[in-house]
Write a protein that binds this ligand. Structure first.
Ligand SMILES: *Cc1c(COP(=O)(O)O)cnc(C)c1O
Length: 377
């Protein structure tokens, strides 16, 4: 049976993107046309992020963007702030520490989005930080943080901002320049629906300046963003580029930019998915800040996550996700990202979920897929 992958990344890849990856390659180090292609692709990403800042694409998954930001900016003993309301948010702190950061955590509830007033109160007492890290969408819990307000607040204290938007870029609003984000990073395999394997980041002048004014050299090479400062002028990449992945990624970004309706689409579908689950008598994990790219619901009592997962896959050919760490076996996640964020795909998924949940003995109050359809308008 052909599987439908409805996980919060990797997502379905459109045929045009797959075909682009099969294009004939050139030598990306020597061919000047490739430097132009790489730059044009960065410009497309700038449009997507609403920024004039430099954009880079690196060969490696989203985690590389995250680690490279920490490696390039943090020096031994730097006081840095880790804004933590979830698994990825907390994990950012581990990377900060790995590169010598003296990490202070702003810990918030894992079931809701960051309360800006609480952060404001915290910063009034203590704001001596070189930079702060923040996650846009906490993918395991399905929570989107108010990055706009948080970054503006941090900037008002002169704190540099690094935002992991891997599971939000291309699904939620993101205005890098207006919100004053110094580094935002994404991944190819989430809402942009390209193959896994690339990370991309936008880097502000302040972030470049921080790298250039380091007292100690960056530990490592592959994670050193400053190696990229004049790649275009010098026609030199720090290492050979993953050209086929970049071909595919370019097509994927073009698709998102030319359609231009992605924010509305994700919002409409995210809302309808949540309403249908609630109407069916199910519970969502977050109490606020619900993400429009992934929905995290509680596994009903007395049902094992594994049995829901297996039935969805074996009877219906649909792959959904669980989560890890403290959420393991407690929640079920449906990704509605990028190429998976279409009415027909969620209708089919919810119809299968409806049958699956009933099969395991939970009496739903409405038919999930019908309720979903009713809530689309
Ligand atoms: C997917 C994702 C990443 C990349 O992590 P992987 O587990 O390697 O895919 C980073 N940050 C967030 C918020 C993500 O959703």
């Amino acid at each position: 049976m052909k599987k439908m992958i409805m996980t919060p990344g990797p997502t379905y890849i459109h045929e045009d993107v797959r075909k682009a990856m099969a294009c004939e390659i050139t030598n990306p180090d020597l061919d000047h046309d490739f430097y132009e292609f790489y730059r044009d692709t960065c410009n497309q990403v700038k449009d997507l992020l609403h920024t004039k800042n430099d954009v880079l694409m690196l060969a490696g998954e989203g985690i590389l963007g995250l680690e490279a930001s920490c490696a390039s900016l943090v020096e031994e003993g730097d006081r840095v702030l880790c804004i933590d309301n979830g698994i990825f948010g907390h994990g950012f702190g581990d990377f900060l520490q790995m590169y010598g950061g003296d990490v202070v955590y702003f810990e918030a509830e894992y079931t809701s989005d960051i309360e800006v007033e609480a952060l404001e109160g915290f910063l009034k007492e203590d704001h001596d930080f070189k930079l702060a890290t923040l996650v846009h969408c906490e993918t395991p819990s399905g929570i989107t943080n108010p990055v706009d307000k948080i970054c503006k607040l941090l900037k008002s204290y002169g704190i540099l901002t690094v935002v992991d938007s891997v599971s939000a870029i291309g699904g939620e609003p993101l205005n890098v320049d207006e919100w004053g984000i110094d580094i935002v990073l994404g991944g190819s395999q989430k809402c942009l629906s390209a193959a896994p394997g690339l990370t991309f980041l936008s880097v502000s002048q302040d972030a470049w300046a921080m790298m250039n004014n380091r007292k100690t050299p960056v530990r490592g090479y592959y994670c050193n963003l400053s190696k990229w400062q004049s790649w275009y002028e010098d026609k030199w990449f720090p290492y050979t580029q993953s050209i086929s992945e970049i071909y595919g990624f370019r097509k994927a970004v073009e698709r998102v930019n030319t359609k231009g309706d992605y924010i509305e689409r994700h919002k409409k579908i995210g809302q309808a998915v949540r309403k249908s689950l609630l109407e069916g008598g199910l519970k969502l994990y977050p109490t606020s800040g619900h993400s429009n790219t992934v929905t995290t619901m509680m596994v009903p009592e007395n049902i094992a996550f594994k049995s829901l997962y297996d039935t969805m896959l074996d009877d219906h050919g649909i792959m959904i996700a669980g989560a890890f760490s403290h959420l393991k076996d407690k929640v079920l996640r449906i990704g509605h990202m990028g190429e998976n964020c279409y009415e027909e795909k969620l209708f089919i998924t919810l119809k299968a979920l409806d049958k699956t949940i009933r099969k395991h003995g939970f009496d739903l109050k409405v038919e999930l897929h019908k309720s979903f359809a009713n809530h689309l308008d």
